[in-house]
Design a protein around this ligand. Structure first.
Ligand SMILES: NC(=O)c1ccc[n+]([C@@H]2O[C@H](COP(=O)([O-])OP(=O)(O)OC[C@H]3O[C@@H](n4cnc5c(N)ncnc54)[C@H](O)[C@@H]3O)[C@@H](O)[C@H]2O)c1
Length: 317
């Protein structure tokens, strides 16, 4: 019977399906699987199902001589050396689309939470309390009529744009190519990154990570943004230079930020935690029951397909 390693617990929708077909080893630790444990447990497996917090590098792949398939439980797959996997004839798949609505909801949710100071208000209610309604008390920014800049108008970026349209926002986007269909559907305009930095009231990062995007938001970028602008990142942490972000917030070069992902995840830059104009969520973009169940079914069905000699869906390498 083929052996499948799951490097972190997944919803039963997928797990039960897998157990019907394979010998399944699930890593059930409270913390993330360590490299040492992973090296030991991949030795005789045919397939790995890996939440995106599991790094699968050359060494792990070399330690698994029977490995034929890696099903990444996530839309992003920068945790896997996909090029080396291809050299070894190992298909790698992801779970696209399942995350789209959940992550777009969260992106807009934390954007508005930051702009309207919702977590800060919640904290006041639970601690100091307040003196009652007052005209100058707790003002934040409206989103209607403002310009949202989307970095990466892919599945999630487009779903963010659809939601932003519902809030009467003007939509601009940047990325490696123009997307005429989305432009027509959403009334979105393609701009250079520099133009976006100058024009946008809210910039949301929804691009697929590559080295090219490392520290795209650095000191220079924050310098070019409006003093009333907000940056939102629900893509991957290293796209934002967190120290430069802290400096830009302290120097009031921008007004606020909302982050679901972190440069040194799971560590969070200490200074961010004490800033009231920063909303922080622990990488929960697609943490809805609906999305996580759908992702579990995709990885399970793909593993069954591959180990039964069929072509799996969503190969990324
Ligand atoms: N916060 C979360 O929990 C969460 C959940 C799901 C996905 N994500 C992240 O969101 C990313 C996007 O997901 P998706 O489903 O929309 O993927 P997708 O492949 O549909 O879209 C990715 C987009 O990134 C764009 N892009 C690539 N390089 C770029 C660059 N240099 N500059 C600007 N744009 C660039 C592409 O053109 C594409 O439109 C994933 O790769 C993942 O890292 C985060």
């Amino acid at each position: 019977m083929a052996k499948v390693l799951i490097t972190g617990e997944i919803p039963s929708e997928g797990l039960n399906l897998l157990k019907e077909h394979f010998e399944v080893d699930v890593f059930e630790g409270e913390k993330l699987i360590t490299k040492e444990t992973l090296l030991a447990r991949v030795k005789d497996v045919d397939a790995i199902i890996s939440p995106l917090s599991t790094n699968i590098d050359k060494e792990i792949i070399d330690n698994a001589p029977n490995l034929k398939f890696i099903a990444n439980y996530g839309a992003g797959f920068n945790n896997i050396d996909v090029k080396y996997a291809r050299e070894k004839d190992i298909d790698v798949t992801n779970t696209p689309k399942a995350s789209t609505n959940a992550t777009a909801d969260l992106t807009i949710g934390i954007l508005i939470a930051a702009a309207r100071r919702i977590p800060e208000g919640d904290k006041v209610c639970r601690t100091t309390g307040f003196n009652g309604w007052a005209p100058l008390f707790f003002r934040g920014r409206e989103v209607s009529g403002k310009t949202i800049g989307i970095v990466g108008l892919g599945e999630i970026g487009s779903a963010v744009a659809r939601r932003a349209k519902g809030f009467d926002m003007n939509i601009i986007y940047t990325g490696p190519n123009r997307k005429p269909e989305q432009e027509a559907e959403l009334g979105a305009s393609y701009v250079s990154l520099d133009d976006m930095l100058e024009q946008a009231d809210f910039i949301t990062i929804n691009a697929a990570y590559s080295e090219q995007l490392h520290h795209l938001f650095n000191k220079d970028a924050f310098n070019k943004m409006k003093e009333t602008a907000y940056i939102i990142n629900a893509a991957r942490g290293p796209i934002v230079d967190e120290q430069a972000l802290v400096d830009a917030l302290k120097n009031k070069q921008i007004e606020g930020a909302a982050l679901d992902v972190f440069e040194f995840e799971p560590q969070i830059t200490e200074a961010l935690k004490s800033m009231d104009n920063v909303v922080l969520t622990p990488h929960i973009g697609n943490a809805s029951f609906e999305a996580r169940d759908m992702m579990a079914e995709i990885v399970a069905n793909n593993t069954i397909k591959k180990l039964n000699g069929e072509k799996p869906d969503f190969i990324v390498n």
